[in-house]
Design a protein around this ligand. Structure first.
Ligand code: URA
Length: 217
């Protein structure tokens, strides 16, 4: 079985053994709380599973929970989340119609001991792949018409390792291997907007992409 407990033996990173064989989102959320499919559970407070309308036509996928999301157990409640909520409102998207989740369900960080802060660290491709079964289960259970991927990690999780936000954003396209016509549209991650020098321009781009998503439904 995949696991992280046996130090000294090679670890398989894979959430699959932790997925319930049946049940809806509540059963999956409960099972995900016990996931040990990769080492990220060791330092995080808990699993941050997706939230929102279980029948949403539009699903948003971010990278991983941040510091605040880790403490509250809810995706996109920190600074990036606040920016995202503003952008969604400007794009005319009502949040009660959304399902929001992350490609990776645990917060990965390093510690800044001087300032007693936890600093976000991007999940590795191996950790992202290990967590993918949860994302695929959410996709199957919610069955959205359109998925908006926010940034590179989410884009690679659903569109493969050659995905690049710069070249692949803003256009709805078929989700690879989806038999039900699900489409996916990529845009920048709200944290990238917060970090950008040309913040206004990047924010406008995010809103424009979200408008395209709303129009595509
Ligand atoms: N960034 C993400 O990608 N997801 C969150 O939930 C918060 C910040």
């Amino acid at each position: 079985m995949a696991g992280t407990g046996d130090r000294g033996t090679p670890e398989a990173y894979d959430a699959t053994p932790y997925l319930p064989s049946r049940g809806g989102l509540p059963a999956h959320r409960k099972a995900a709380a016990e996931c040990r499919g990769c080492p990220l559970h060791r330092d995080a407070t808990g699993t941050v599973f997706g939230r929102g309308d279980p029948g949403a036509r539009l699903m948003l996928v971010g990278e991983q929970p941040g510091d605040q999301e880790d403490r509250e157990g809810v995706p996109f409640v920190g600074p990036a989340g606040r920016l995202l909520h503003r952008a969604l409102a400007e794009a005319g998207i009502d949040e009660k119609d959304l399902y929001v989740t992350n490609a990776v369900k645990h917060f990965k960080f390093t510690r800044d001991e001087t300032r007693k802060r936890r600093i976000h660290k991007a999940p590795s491709p191996r950790e992202t792949l290990a967590c993918r079964p949860w994302l695929m289960a959410e996709l199957r259970l919610v069955s959205p018409e359109l998925i908006v991927v926010l940034g590179a990690t989410a884009g690679r999780a659903l569109l493969g390792p050659s995905f690049r936000v710069g070249t692949d954003r803003g256009v709805p396209r078929p989700l690879p291997d989806a038999e039900d016509g699900t489409r996916v549209l990529a845009t920048v991650h709200p944290s990238a907007v917060l970090r950008a020098q040309d913040r206004r321009e990047m924010y406008a781009g995010l809103v424009a992409d979200l408008r395209t998503a709303a129009d595509a439904l």
